[in-house]
Design a protein around this ligand. Sequence first.
Ligand SMILES: [Zn+2]
Ligand SMILES: [Zn+2]
Ligand SMILES: [Zn+2]
Length: 130
Amino acid sequence: MEWRPYRLTGHGTRPGTIGTTGTVLPGKTFPCAYCKGTGIQVHMRSQCPVCRGKGFNEVSSAVVCAFCRGSGEAQPRSHITCPACRGKGVIGVKEPIEKCDVCRGLGRVTGSQLPCLKCKGAGVFTVKKR
Ligand SMILES: [Zn+2]
Ligand SMILES: [Zn+2]
Ligand SMILES: [Zn+2]
């Protein structure tokens, strides 16, 4: 199977439509959302605190963070790391997963600035085996 690197910020992709939330992404390494894969925290001109300068993060069984939609920021251009994914843009999950019924997969409840309590911003939650 051809491995295609997952891009958080593909060309021609409108902000807010990055990636597909609610599905486990292929691969285990993902470009760091917070520094856009550069390893440098641009506005501080220092090493990216999220990936520690590597430019990527290793997450097994990752889904796009529904809370920030993969931007890694709590608010667009806020330079505050997303509270749900801590700036990675992706969140590690354990399969099997199911779309969160509390936030309807959005990672947040309308009117709240905090990640959804049930899925913690991932938009999906691990289905517990009975
Ligand atoms: Zn980074
Ligand atoms: Zn996030
Ligand atoms: Zn939720």
